[in-house]
Design a protein. Structure first.
Length: 249
């Protein structure tokens, strides 16, 4: 069985969200299939995969490699190959650019017009937009927002099923984020950056990173830690004041 045939049959069976499946299929179609798709699964070598990935930009190469690891993991499970040759390929280092975000204090001071209530809700609860779009008033009870689904179906990961403390009134969301994105655009931030606002608020409130990871629906606390270790200019200034007071005491 060649790689193309196996992958087409495999994708609908994976326990992943619709959006993730679309991303996998797109990555395979653009970056893997044209290079090694017609080869027999058992005849593909690690060096051929390395060569197929070599000229891709780091972020694209990383995603394509993740797709290959899933494909060959499933092929190994079905005894179509003897080893997952993609598992030992070294993943490229991804350079994560520092992304701007607004603090909750800044969010409060800005008039976002008709989208203010929704922006406030996202900033105070850390939901992914797909999770917010699937939320109904029935999911808000007992002083918590209960996240159990996404507009794509299941949450991004199992860790996405969670509850977070209710901090402001719930306002229903549409299925599309364009209006919210347009309201945020003049301030140089995105809808997703409101999750960073939430993480920064948790950090400022002294919430431990492992608790914050649960509240944000991160399966890996290291994802949360990357946000927690970001230091804004005002924090550096406050640290200087605190250090000066300590030294003088």
């Amino acid at each position: 069985m060649d790689l193309n045939i196996f992958t087409r049959a495999l994708m609908p069976t994976l326990a992943i969200t619709k959006k993730t499946r679309q991303n996998y299929e797109s990555s395979y179609r653009c970056n893997i299939g044209p290079k090694v798709g017609t080869k027999e699964l058992s005849q593909i070598s690690k060096s051929e995969l390395v060569e197929a990935l070599a000229l891709l930009p780091p972020q694209t190469r990383y995603q394509a490699l993740m797709v290959l690891r899933v494909i060959f993991r499933e092929a190994l499970e079905r005894e179509l190959v003897e080893v997952n040759i993609a598992a030992s390929i070294k993943a490229p280092r991804i350079q994560v650019k520092h992304q701007k975000f607004l603090t909750w204090q800044e969010v409060q001071e800005i008039n976002f017009g008709r989208q203010s209530a929704r922006i406030h809700f996202l900033a105070l609860h850390g939901l992914r937009f797909g999770e917010a779009a699937a939320l109904t008033s029935a999911d808000v009870y007992g002083g918590f927002v209960h996240i159990t689904k996404s507009k794509h179906g299941a949450t991004k990961t199992q860790a996405g099923v969670r509850k977070v403390p209710l901090l402001c009134e719930f306002v229903p969301f549409s299925l599309h984020q364009k209006s919210i994105a347009l309201a945020l655009k003049p301030y140089g931030v995105t809808v997703h950056s409101l999750r960073k606002t939430y993480a920064y608020t948790l950090k400022s409130a002294g919430i431990h990173v492992t608790t914050a990871a649960k509240l944000m629906g991160h399966s890996n606390p290291m994802m949360t830690l990357r946000i927690y270790t970001q230091v804004r200019d005002d924090e550096a200034g406050l640290a200087g004041i605190s250090l000066a007071k300590y030294i003088a005491s």
